[in-house]
Design a protein around this ligand. Structure first.
Ligand code: GDP
Ligand code: MG
Length: 439
């Protein structure tokens, strides 16, 4: 992905003591290719490169003490700017009307549920309305999600075929129930077609929603850009919600969609669970694209679910290269609480590549329990210094934990490799240390 391909370029640049025009030109060529590979639209990539070059060629940069780092910063800031600058929230004064649109499978219905939960937690009284009149299953799906987040849902009769009529009835109902924000989940299509667009336009004209959000799958790349443009031309979207950022999504779509429509990305969906909708921060996304890892996001996620002090302690030990099996146990407990560990790993600097090599099975709770049993069967000294564990002890540990010798061997080997990796990339250690020190 974009982060991977840029990683090398930036590693090279950071190490450069003196920047010349040819350094910059080389780096920019790499970056341009990386951007194109990540599905950033051609014109946007070109413009971005020109911009960075102009800034990077400025005399101040060339004279600076750490030109490499400064250029990386220019890249970062430009990316963040391209992604929208500051975070933009929802504008939903009561009675608020919010309409979601997008292609089938983009995540509209899921996002409707997530938004309802979010607004409810903010003290609003939301109503969900199903306006997908083509697929009865879509209505059931919204009703199920509504139940999960404990928010009322308005569902039309199966015989109904006029979206405006349904919308009018839903609004009347919302008024009697004193709902202060109404979320409309609309129908999608496999691809843009006239009928869908006409229907959305009629609905939009009738509803006059304060927020018309396009829900787009972050993994769809180039296609997402033309989709965004079409929807924006048809109904004038007020923002974008990017879904499935927990997957292998490339940053390219986000970049292009924002540039082409000029509309802010307001939220990011990062999982199927209903609380996995987060504010979109261009700054952090730029970090992520540049492969620095979404540290702030990570710490926030960790802090919201586990004790911040514990988390920091273990991160500091990581940074000092002192990480042992006792820390590992602590961390496993934290991670178990966190649930989606793979998602978390993706946010950590340097882990992007590693993450892909870890099989999903490694995150299986049953397996985690076995791993925990193995560690618990070690003596405290062995946990501190796993290198002292000899063959005979491995056998005992396997028996003691009710696991197999191969599992014990595998764990010790993986742990050894993990430690090595944590000690080696200076970049990561440095960042962790800065982070630990800053908190
Ligand atoms: P719709 O057709 O636009 O209404 O899309 P749905 O809401 O039905 O979502 C399609 C699929 O994508 C479902 O399986 C959702 O669970 C899944 N999905 C939606 N948002 C996310 C997300 O942020 N991350 C992940 N991993 N899956 C998502
Ligand atoms: Mg749907």
């Amino acid at each position: 992905n974009l982060a991977d391909s840029l990683d090398k370029t930036f590693r090279n640049l950071r190490g450069v003591g003196k920047i010349s025009e040819s350094n910059i030109t080389d780096a920019l060529r790499d970056v341009r290719l990386a951007l194109l590979e990540a599905d950033v639209e051609f014109g946007i990539a070109k413009e971005f490169i020109a911009h960075v070059k102009e800034k990077a060629m400025g005399a101040d940069v060339l004279k600076s003490i750490k030109p490499g780092e400064q250029i990386v910063k220019i890249f970062h800031d430009e990316l963040a700017e391209l992604l929208g600058g500051d975070q933009v929230g929802l504008n939903l004064e009561a009675p608020g009307r919010l309409m979601l649109c997008g292609l089938n499978g983009a995540g509209k219905t899921t996002t409707a549920g997530k938004l309802a939960l979010r607004l409810k937690r903010e003290g609003r009284k939301p109503l969900l309305v199903a306006i997908d009149l083509y697929r009865p299953a879509a209505i059931d799906q919204l009703a199920t999600l509504a139940k999960q987040v404990d928010v009322p849902v308005y569902t039309p009769d199966a015989s109904e075929s006029d979206v405006v009529k349904v919308a009018r009835e839903a609004l009347a109902w919302a008024e009697t129930q004193r709902h202060d924000v109404i979320i409309f989940d609309t129908a999608g299509r496999q691809e843009i077609d006239e009928r869908l667009i006409e229907e959305l336009k009629r609905l939009h004209v009738f509803l006059q929603p304060q927020e018309t959000l396009l829900v787009a799958d972050a993994a769809t790349g180039q296609q997402a850009v033309s989709v965004a443009k079409h929807f924006d031309d048809a109904v004038g979207i007020t923002g974008i919600i990017l879904t499935k950022l927990d997957g292998d999504a490339r940053g390219g779509a986000a970049l292009s969609m924002r540039s082409i429509t000029g509309k802010p990305i307001k939220y990011a969906g990062e999982g199927e669970k209903l609380d996995q909708l987060f504010e979109f921060h261009p700054n952090r996304m730029a970090d992520r694209i540049l492969g620095m890892g979404d540290i702030v996001g990570m710490v926030e996620q960790v802090a919201s679910k586990i004790d911040e002090k514990d988390a920091m302690k273990s991160i500091e030990r990581l940074a000092e290269g002192k990480f042992d099996f006792n820390d590992f146990l602590d961390q496993m407990k934290m991670l178990q609480k966190l649930g989606d560990m793979k998602g978390l790993l993706g946010l950590m600097p340097g882990f992007n590549k590693i993450k892909k090599q870890i099989p999903d099975a490694a995150f299986d709770p049953k397996r985690l329990k076995r791993t925990e049993a193995i560690v618990l069967s070690m003596t405290p000294d062995e946990r501190r210094r796993p290198e002292i564990i000899k063959a005979s002890r491995r056998d005992r540990i396997a028996k003691g934990s009710g696991t197999k010798l191969v599992e014990v061997n595998q764990l010790l080997k993986q742990f050894g490799e993990m430690r090595k990796m944590m000690r080696s990339p200076n970049k990561m250690n440095k960042m962790m240390r800065q982070m630990g020190g800053g908190l």
